[in-house]
Design a protein around this ligand. Structure first.
Ligand code: GLP
Length: 240
């Protein structure tokens, strides 16, 4: 795993944006794997700026999101559909039929997982996957204990993950109990992965990631087995 330490969140966001823009510049038909949460917000802001200032064209880019909550209508303010529209898609010209996010209101959730896995096989895998990391080491919504061989599946969210994500809802009770997420095996199919970690709250997770051997109790640890992973971390998340 290549590690890049940057000064702060601002630098981290610019760095990640630059990597994504390089990818698209070299391959106009890139497939991007996208994450949600607080960490990539700055990256998306930079991408929006880049679209205006550098006239980067996203019209042939495909985006595939990692995960979505179960049971919320797409328009609900807390969904990742809303998050992506609000923070990225309204600012760049990704074509509406080339952006993919799991459907958390599908009647048959198991069938939805299978459909999404097939879709990733057909459209992907991502040339570049952006990941954040949960304080418990989760990637996507793959909580500790998830099999490294998992494909897209339904997860029961842990209390700590629901708590951490409560800020995107009016209260913790509003955070759904379940989500659909790409599995760990699915994520590992990506050609290149950039894992972003920022702030003091992620320091322990970053330390475990860098010290540890692959362990299903810390999902991100499997990334050490992938041939092309870059950890971009700011000083607050890296230094003692
Ligand atoms: C959520 C998302 C993850 C994200 C994680 C960390 O659980 N499903 O994809 O990486 O939160 O979020 P944050 O960046 O807000 O710390």
């Amino acid at each position: 795993m290549k590690v890049t330490v940057v000064k702060d969140y601002n630098e981290l966001s610019k760095y990640a944006c630059n990597e994504i823009e390089k990818e698209i510049f070299h391959n106009h038909c890139s497939v991007l794997g996208l994450a949600t949460g607080g960490t990539p917000l700055g990256t998306y802001r930079e991408m929006a700026k880049g679209f205006q200032q550098r006239k980067l064209d996203y019209s042939r880019v495909t985006t595939i999101n990692l995960d979505e909550y179960v049971g919320l209508e797409k328009e609900n303010a807390g969904t990742y559909h809303t998050y992506m529209e609000k923070n990225l898609f309204q600012y760049v010209n990704v074509s509406s039929d080339m952006k993919f996010i799991p459907n958390g209101t599908a009647e048959d959730l198991q069938a939805e997982c299978e459909r999404y896995e097939k879709l990733i096989e057909k459209k992907g895998p991502p040339d570049l996957q952006i990941l954040g990391i949960g304080t418990n080491g989760h990637i996507g919504f793959n909580e500790p204990g998830t099999s490294f061989l998992s494909q897209t599946h339904i997860v029961e969210l842990t209390d700590s993950t629901r708590k951490a994500n409560a800020r995107f809802f009016t209260s913790e009770e509003q955070v759904p109990q379940k989500a659909i997420t790409m599995g760990i095996k699915t994520i590992l199919k990506s050609r290149k992965i950039i894992l972003l970690a920022s702030g003091i709250k992620k320091r322990n997770a970053v330390r475990t990631l860098l010290e540890g051997k692959p362990d299903e109790q810390f999902p991100a640890s499997i990334l050490s087995e992938h041939p092309n992973v870059m950890l971009v971390v700011d000083r607050a998340a890296f230094e003692d």
